[in-house]
Write a protein that binds this ligand. Structure first.
Ligand code: NAI
Length: 508
């Protein structure tokens, strides 16, 4: 505890009564604090309060909040007519337009109004806290308090320190965030902070697969939902809006001096150029009806071919969920199965051919190197029991027709729904998860956050089913690095370079 700590019932001020400011005011008031809500547009704060009244009334109707609680919450928020009313506040949180010059002006005005112990916090999603603090009389009192949309529902708040931020200010804001019902994760002010940075590959890898025309958006989404993500990257980009998503990508790209790793995609640029912004414009990767539901073409019927394991000659190579699942299914048959856990690859070998879990090499490359046309690759089975729809991508290059026909049947035997894609290196889930892990390792290496912080932030701020370091522990650094090295060799660019922190783990 320090002099900066903000006790329950304290006076706080929120500036900007838009989407985020209204949400911040709501959670502060629900936690018992007195909130002044100021917006430069006349009537905006009162309008936000009116909307909140309607939302809380709905919660009361559904029995999720009692009427007295709703009234108390509303009673604690006062629209302010003048910025000068912030004079007595313990903290002022700005959630105004994302424009550095306008935020600078506001912070300068506030420094002339508030008292010396008052914390100034910014909800900026992309502007450096160090840069915002430059020129302030007391840069040590500025801190980032980055909430996620919708504020009342999303449990994460990134507490962002710039070069000059006083550690006591950041600690007090972390405690305040916790008191307001959020899980605070501390971040150093770097482009994209934690979530917006580590999440880039979730979109970028889907866009790269689309660039190569190796899969359609619906199949990419199915595969990642089956890996436990609530939404696939294409439907999520449609929801966020391609203009917004592209703007964030561009800002992280520019802030990293055009590092190709963060490069924007022409696929997304084309959608923006064409006004196909996603759900809000009625069309993006998908088309939407008037209720903003996806208009999906009917799925083609699944061929119901069965796979009968041959009595002899089946070898399971390597370890992991894919092998465990096949082993369990095969145990219920009369087939004799040999298991070589220490094999140099992971997958299943039958007298007819090999199905290898991707290691970042394409089926064409592997077939060439192994001198066999009876080879196909399948995606990483991230979960022991696949999630929704159990979709698993697979690809073959010049495999014999007999092996091509057998692979989907074999996958169905294992309990997956086979999704054939083009022969893209690292398929869909494997390349995405490997790149999320890689980015998280770089973020920790650069002191942006801790490993636990990265895991918590991605689960609570982006609804990931697990954190990148959890995946890393299960998949193993050696396998992740091997996959990324193969992608790097395949694409020969900066995008797939391995984080030094990740490679170091393979030597430990
Ligand atoms: P918004 O456009 O809904 O609201 C901004 C409000 O600020 C408007 O009501 C506007 O009248 C007011 N405003 C503009 N300049 C002002 C000034 N100088 N003084 C007082 N009020 C002023 O924007 P939104 O989405 O709420 O974003 C606000 C901030 O939160 C931005 O910095 C944004 O980057 C950040 N953010 C947004 C998220 C989102 O999903 N929308 C997520 C996380 C952060």
């Amino acid at each position: 505890m320090s002099a900066f700590d903000i006790a329950p019932g304290a006076q706080v001020c929120v500036i900007g009564a838009g989407l985020m400011g209204a949400g911040i005011a709501q959670i502060a008031a629900q936690a018992g604090d007195a909130v002044l809500l100021y917006d430069k547009r006349e009537g905006a704060a009162a309008d936000a309060l009116g909307k909140l009244r309607q939302q809380l009334a709905k919660l009361v109707e559904r029995g999720r909040m009692d009427a007295a609680q709703a009234e108390q919450t509303l009673g604690r928020i006062q629209p302010a007519q003048d910025l000068a009313q912030a004079a007595g506040c313990r903290i002022v949180i700005e959630a105004i337009v994302e424009d550095a010059a306008i935020k600078h002006d506001l912070l300068a005005s506030l420094e002339g109004i508030v008292q010396s112990g008052c914390i100034l916090a910014s909800n900026t999603s992309s502007i450096s806290i160090t840069a915002l603090a430059n020129g302030m009389r007391h840069p040590e009192r500025l801190v980032g308090m980055h909430f996620f949309n919708p504020v009342p529902a999303m449990r994460l708040v990134e507490v962002v320190s710039g070069l000059k931020t006083d550690a006591r200010v950041a600690a007090a804001v972390e405690r305040l965030g916790a008191r307001w019902g959020k899980t605070p994760v501390h971040a150093r002010s770097t482009p994209g902070f934690i979530v917006n940075r580590i999440a880039r590959p979730f979109y970028a890898e889907a866009l790269n697969v689309l660039t190569e025309r190796a899969a359609v958006p619906a199949d990419i989404d199915r595969c990642l939902r089956a890996a436990g993500f609530r939404m696939g990257p294409c439907e999520l980009m449609d929801l966020i809006g391609h203009d917004t998503n592209l703007a964030v990508t561009r800002s992280v790209f520019a802030a990293n001096y055009s590092d190709r790793r963060f490069g924007p995609s022409l696929v997304q640029q084309e959608l923006v150029d064409g006004g196909l912004l996603g759900r809000k414009s009625g069309e993006g990767f998908y088309r939407y009806d008037t209720q903003q539901r996806i208009i999906a073409p009917p799925a083609p019927p699944e061929p119901a071919t069965d796979w009968t394991p041959p009595p002899d000659g089946i070898v399971l190579h390597g370890q992991g969920h894919f092998i465990e699942r096949l082993a369990a299914q095969l145990a219920a048959t009369a087939a004799h199965v040999e298991h070589r856990p220490g094999s140099g690859w992971t997958g299943i070998e039958t007298p007819q051919g090999q199905l290898r879990v991707t290691d970042g090499r394409t089926a064409a490359q592997l077939a060439h190197e192994c001198r066999t046309p009876c080879l196909a690759v399948c995606d990483l089975a991230l979960l022991s029991t696949p999630g929704q729809d159990a979709a698993l991508a697979w690809a073959a290059a010049n495999a014999t027709p007999a092996w091509r026909a057998e692979v989907p049947a074999l996958l169905r035997f294992g309990g997956w729904v086979p999704v054939q894609t083009g022969d893209v290196a690292g398929l869909i889930v494997a390349r995405t998860i490997a790149m999320l892990i890689n980015e998280a390792c770089d973020a920790v290496l650069q002191g942006v956050c801790t490993e636990d912080g990265a895991d918590t932030a991605m689960q609570l701020g982006a609804n990931y089913p697990d954190g990148p370091f959890h995946w890393l522990r299960h998949w193993g650094a050696g396998a992740v690095v091997a996959l990324l090295d193969h992608l790097d060799a395949h694409y020969r660019g900066e995008r797939y370079r391995v984080s030094p922190a990740l490679r170091t783990r393979t030597y430990l």
